[in-house]
Design a protein around this ligand. Structure first.
Ligand SMILES: Nc1nc2c(ncn2[C@@H]2O[C@H](COP(=O)(O)OP(=O)(O)OP(=O)(O)O)[C@@H](O)[C@H]2O)c(=O)[nH]1
Length: 309
């Protein structure tokens, strides 16, 4: 109680400082100074794209340029931002902070940049690098939350998000979406006979093989222990069935060193094409029913939902 009273009294005895704070807030909020405004605007967002757009706007006001490009590889994905058309002269800045790299910024112009302009770029980049670092780290964390750590492909959360998007897009412009569920056969036996390390190697190789057997527009996920899925845009049920059979064939060729002998595995697949007005759960349930039928009918085969309805 006494302590609280003291702090209230000491706060009340500092009106000059409060007035200075108020003034400084007003200056900060409406500052004509580029670096203050830039730092304030960049700190309002964790979208790297929005930040780079702000950077373009603010720099253009002092140093004219014809094009700006930014590129960085974040969490195994290329992030590229480009604006304008490049000129023959360029200056390039690798963004490094505390020993970490946060991408490369390149400015292009028809006329050569002067030394003053070059040092101007450096000052602006020095003010922008911390917010850019924060956005890069945010993308990496977001990506990690959607990635399966053993196989480095999308996890269940990524699959759930993509299924919602796919169900919304399905049917628009005549787009057909198919879903393949792919479950390794008797995987428990592999773990029990050869150990979890061998099992883990098989899971990692399965993800590799699945990624190799699809187009770049298709996506592979590991959504359970030995359960994988492939989401296929612009793909009919019959085409998806062919993809599933190709994936099973690729999986059946996997051989992992199991000590005495190489260890192989087979997979069963269930396929369902998205029906109009169907929600993602209903779609998933139908693909799962087809998979259940593939398991029940001897494994190492593909079943489509159409065949069992
Ligand atoms: N090595 C390894 N095993 C896992 C992992 N996640 C789940 N598993 C194992 O996967 C096995 C799945 O077993 P079940 O669900 O009985 O399926 P199954 O033996 O493949 O049988 P069917 O699917 O009916 O052919 C279990 O033994 C789990 O312990 C993992 O990350 N690594």
């Amino acid at each position: 109680m006494v302590k609280n009273l003291t702090s209230i009294q000491s706060a009340a005895s500092r009106p000059a400082r409060l007035a200075a704070l108020k003034q400084s807030f007003q200056d900060w909020n409406s500052s004509p100074d580029l670096l203050t405004r830039l730092a304030r605007r960049l700190s309002t967002t964790l979208s790297l794209e929005t930040q780079l757009g702000i950077l373009v706007e603010e720099i253009q006001g002092v140093i004219p340029f014809d094009a700006m490009n930014y590129r960085h590889r974040i969490a195994r994905q290329d992030f590229v931002f480009s604006t304008g058309m490049g000129g023959p002269h360029r200056c390039e800045y690798a963004l490094n902070l505390d020993g970490h790299y946060y991408g490369t910024l390149t400015f292009h112009r028809r006329q050569k940049f002067s030394d003053e302009e070059l040092s101007g770029f450096e000052m602006v980049i020095a003010a922008a690098i911390c917010p850019i670092r924060n956005s890069c780290q945010f993308i990496a964390i977001e990506q990690a939350a959607l990635t399966d750590s053993l196989t480095a492909i999308g996890n269940k959360r990524a699959m759930d998000e993509d299924l919602v998007r796919a169900a919304a897009l399905s049917g628009r412009h005549g787009t057909e979406w198919s879903l393949v569920l792919c479950d390794l056969d008797h995987f428990k036996q592999i773990n029990d006979s050869h150990g979890h390390v061998v099992g883990d190697h098989i899971l990692a190789r399965t993800a590799e093989q699945l990624e190799r057997s699809i187009r770049t527009s298709d996506t592979v996920y590991r959504f359970g222990g030995e359960e994988f899925a492939i989401l296929l845009p612009h793909t009919s049920l019959e085409e998806a069935r062919e993809v599933a059979d190709r994936a099973r064939d690729a999986i059946s060729r996997i051989r992992v060193d199991g000590g005495d002998e190489p260890v192989g595995v087979t997979a069963s697949c269930g396929v369902a094409v998205h029906l109009s007005d169907e929600n993602p759960e209903q779609w998933l349930i139908r693909a799962d029913e087809a998979l259940y039928r593939a398991k029940a009918q001897g494994r190492n085969c593909t079943r489509t939902f159409a065949m069992i309805s």
